[in-house]
Design a binder for this molecule. Structure first.
Ligand code: ZN
Length: 349
């Protein structure tokens, strides 16, 4: 009798879960798919799990007749999504949170994840933050404000908050915690006082693959995360912080986490600083740097090879994406949306 009651309860719970709103995606043969959407030097990175669960990190810029929201929706439709489960806002700068009002007009969002209240008050941020709060107040999406070490509630991949609102995780992640030999040679810089230093950073794990995204986290904050002990450990794919601008990507961070592949969401004239391009390309053991744009500042000396750049010219700008498809064994391919060319990577030992 007891087991029968249990079975009925299980069915009821399963039925309830199935009845929750979800945004179906096209089946993906057990693979994680990631779209690095070109929002012209802002961020918009869409993750879709094999089960069709979705996480978008940042929403690009406001204005431009909804250009960035349209590009995000195009990627979501490519994935077969009818909505986005979670939208993570790394911080309240225009190139990250600015696209929210336009996005929610085009596609439903389940939860917004953020670092809590705006910390950089002023004319440039107040309005953009108020627009975001208006979307939350409309009540169509929930708000979640995690603390360091929390995991986001998304099935099919593990998303751990490693830094938020200026605070890093206190304990090293499992397997991490070694002394970081790159700290000594990494310049020490003053504390940044803007929203950048409040960025909500995450480690995204899918099977054996580890992807790091720290938003626009600044040089000084990187140091507290990885010095003197590297609390993050090694990662495989580095989403280069801050669009490759030289306020981020200290050798302590980028050499310390030792990525196999780096992907930079720079614009033609935003991010992609020459010193940062050099630092990233010289990471020991790096197999490739991919860029969303050719960086005008980077020139011939700084930019990666053209085959690894999605948008090589500003006019006309087609907004080509970079796509990454990963298997649970940690192997993955990266595709240049402009050329259709793919490169395959096998996880290092
Ligand atoms: Zn930014």
């Amino acid at each position: 009798m007891k087991s029968m009651i249990k079975a009925v309860l299980c069915l009821l719970v399963a039925g309830f879960l199935l009845s929750l709103p979800g945004y179906a995606a096209t089946p993906s043969d057990g693979k994680l798919r990631v779209w690095f959407i070109d929002v012209e030097g802002g961020q918009a990175t869409l993750f879709v799990t094999p089960e069709g669960k979705s996480l978008l990190i940042d929403t690009g810029w406001p204005g431009n007749d909804g250009r960035d929201a349209d590009r995000i929706v195009a990627a979501a439709h490519e994935a077969g999504l009818t909505g986005i489960d979670e939208v993570l806002i790394t911080h309240y700068h225009m190139d990250h949170v600015g696209g929210v009002p336009q996005l929610v007009k085009r596609i439903p969002v389940g939860i917004f994840v953020d670092h809590g209240p705006l910390r950089e008050l002023g004319p440039e941020t107040d309005g953009i933050y108020a627009d975001y709060k208006k979307v939350l107040a409309a009540g169509e999406a929930k708000e979640l404000t995690p603390t360091p070490g929390d995991q986001l509630p998304i099935a099919g991949m593990k998303v751990t908050v490693v830094e938020t609102d200026g605070h890093p995780i206190l304990q090293p992640l499992p397997g991490a915690g070694e002394t970081n030999n790159y700290c000594a040679q990494s310049e020490i810089r003053e504390a940044d006082q803007t929203e950048n230093s409040r960025s909500l950073g995450t480690l995204i794990e899918f099977g054996k693959l580890r992807i790091l995204d720290l938003g626009d986290l600044t040089w000084d904050k990187e140091r507290t995360l990885v010095c003197p002990v590297n609390r993050l450990g090694r990662i495989d794919v580095l989403i280069v912080s801050h669009h490759g601008w030289m306020q981020s990507s200290s050798p302590a961070l980028v050499d310390g986490v030792h990525p196999q592949v780096a992907i930079m969401d720079n614009g033609a004239k935003k991010g992609g600083s020459l010193p940062t391009l050099k630092t990233v390309r010289e990471i020991p053991g790096l197999e490739a740097l991919w860029q969303l744009h050719y960086s005008e500042e980077g020139g011939a000396a700084g930019n990666t090879a053209a085959g690894y750049i999605a948008n090589v010219t500003d006019k006309p700008d087609a907004g080509y994406m970079i796509r990454l498809v990963a298997s649970p064994d940690g192997s993955y391919t990266v595709e240049n949306g402009r050329t259709g060319e793919k490169k395959s990577y096998i996880l290092r030992k």
